[in-house]
Design a protein around this ligand. Structure first.
Ligand code: PLP
Length: 358
C-alpha cells in the first residue's frame, strides 16, 4: 500500500530498466517466483525498510503488508533485532561450527512447544520438512506420505505433489496426485496419498488402506496456505487417534502457525500433540524454520546437513526478549483469508507460482 506523497503506483522507468537488467542474469529476473508483482508488471524493488514501512527504489514509502510471509512480524530494523544481529555477527558470519546459543534457543523452544523433545535447526521451511519427512521414513521403515489437500509443505520432490492442484486437476488428484512443478519425476507421486481437509472418514479410509505402508500423516493444523482454514472441532483429535492406532507418525507443519496462534503453536492451542512438527517462520526473524523431532531418539543416523543451518537463529538466541515479543503479535488474516476459512474444507484457492511462501 503506497502512502508516500509521490503518487500511486505507475510502473516507472527505473523499475522497468532494473527488471530488464535483472532478467539478463536471473531466471525470471527474481530469486523467488512470488516476487514478480503482477500488479505493477515488475518485481517490487526495496531500497530500505524500517518498522512497518518499506521504500522502493523510487523512494516511495509503503506499508509492508507482506512481513516476509510471516517471518518479519516484528517489522524491520527493530533496535533490539539490530543489537542482536551485531552481537551475532561477532560469532562469525558463516562457519561450520555450533555455538552455545544453539542449545539455549533449542531449550527455550522445547519448553514452549508441546511435542518438542529435541530440535534440529534449518535454514528454510522447505529444508525442515524435507529432513523431517526423511526422519519419519527412517523411523517407521515405511515410505508413503498421507498429505492433506490445500496444505503446503515446501517445494521439494518429497511433498510438492498433490497439495494444490490447478482446478482442472482437482478431480484426478486422489487417484493421480498432481505433480506441482516440472522437473519433479512422476515417480514421486507414487508415494503420495492426498486426502481432503477436515474429513475424518476420508482420513480413516486412507489409513485403513495404506496404514501399513505410510510413514507419516502431514498437515497444517491451521491451513494458512488455503487462506487460514481452521480444523473443525474434533478433527485433529481424530487424526491423532487414527495415526497412533496405526503406528504412523503425526507431523504438524507449523511453519505458518507457530507463534502466531499461541506460544506453543496450534498444537498447544488445540491440545493435540503431534509426534513431530516443523516451526517457523517467525522464529527466524527473517529466514528460518525449525524441525522438531520427537518420536523418541536422536535420529542420529538420518543425514540432515546444512552449511548455513541455523546461523541466523543465533541472532535471536543472543536476545531473549525477541521470542516473547513475537508471541504477542497475533495471526495475520485478511478479509479474504477469513472468508476462505469459513468454507471449512477443500482447496478454495490455488497459489500456483505466486505461492505466498515462495
Ligand atoms: C506450512 C509451510 N510449510 C513449509 C513452507 C516452506 O517454507 P520456506 O518458504 O521457508 O521454504 C511454507 C512456506 O510458506 C509453509 O507455509
Amino acid at each position: 500500500m503506497s502512502i508516500g506523497s509521490k503518487g500511486a503506483m505507475p510502473v516507472v522507468k527505473t523499475l522497468k530498466s532494473h527488471y530488464a537488467k535483472a532478467r539478463q542474469v536471473m531466471p525470471g529476473g527474481v530469486n523467488s517466483s512470488v516476487r514478480f508483482n503482477h500488479a505493477i508488471g515488475t518485481p517490487f524493488y526495496v531500497s530500505r525498510a524500517k518498522g512497518s514501512r518499506v521504500w522502493d527504489i523510487e523512494d516511495r514509502q509503503f506499508i509492508d503488508m507482506s512481513c516476509a510471509h510471516g517471518a518479519a512480524l516484528l517489522g524491520h530494523a527493530h533496535p533490539a533485532t539490530e543489537r542482536a544481529l551485531r552481537k551475532a555477527a561477532k560469532l562469525g558470519y558463516a562457519h561450520s561450527f555450533e555455538t552455545e546459543y544453539h542449545e539455549q534457543l533449542a531449550r527455550e523452544l522445547c519448553e514452549l512447544i508441546p511435542c518438542a523433545d529435541r530440535i534440529r535447526f534449518c535454514s528454510s521451511g522447505t529444508e525442515a520438512t524435507l529432513h523431517l519427512i526423511r526422519a519419519c521414513r527412517a523411523f517407521t521403515g515405511r515410505d508413503k506420505i498421507i498429505r492433506v489437500e490445500g496444505h503446503f509443505h515446501g517445494y521439494h520432490e518429497l511433498i510438492y505433489i498433490g497439495g494444490q492442484p490447478p482446478a482442472a486437476a482437482f478431480a484426478g488428484n486422489r487417484s493421480h496426485p498432481f505433480v506441482e512443478s516440472p522437473g519433479i519425476p512422476a515417480a514421486f507421486a507414487d508415494f503420495i496419498i492426498p486426502v481432503p481437509f477436515n474429513d475424518v472418514p476420508a482420513m480413516a479410509r486412507a489409513i485403513a488402506e495404506h496404514g501399513h505402508e505410510a510413514a507419516v500423516v502431514i498437515l497444517e493444523p491451521i491451513n494458512f496456505n488455503s487462506g487460514g482454514i481452521m480444523p473443525q472441532p474434533g478433527y485433529l483429535e481424530a487424526v491423532r487417534q487414527l495415526t497412533q492406532d496405526a503406528g504412523i507418525v503425526l507431523f504438524f507443519d507449523e511453519i505458518q502457525s507457530a507463534f502466531k496462534k499461541s506460544p506453543g503453536g496450534a498444537q498447544a492451542e488445540w491440545g493435540v500433540t503431534p509426534d513431530v512438527c516443523t516451526i517457523g517462520k517467525a522464529i527466524g526473524g527473517r529466514a528460518a524454520a525449525v524441525g522438531v523431532l520427537r518420536a523418541g531418539g536422536d535420529h542420529g543416523s538420518v543425514s540432515t546437513r546444512g552449511t548455513r543451518a541455523a546461523q541466523r537463529h543465533v541472532q535471536r538466541a543472543s536476545h531473549p526478549g525477541l521470542v516473547r515479543a513475537r508471541l504477542s503479535t497475533g495471526g495475520r488474516q485478511t478479509g479474504f483469508l477469513r472468508a476462505a476459512a469459513e468454507t471449512g474444507k477443500g482447496f478454495p484457492h490455488r497459489h500456483g507460482p505466486n505461492h505466498p511462501g515462495a
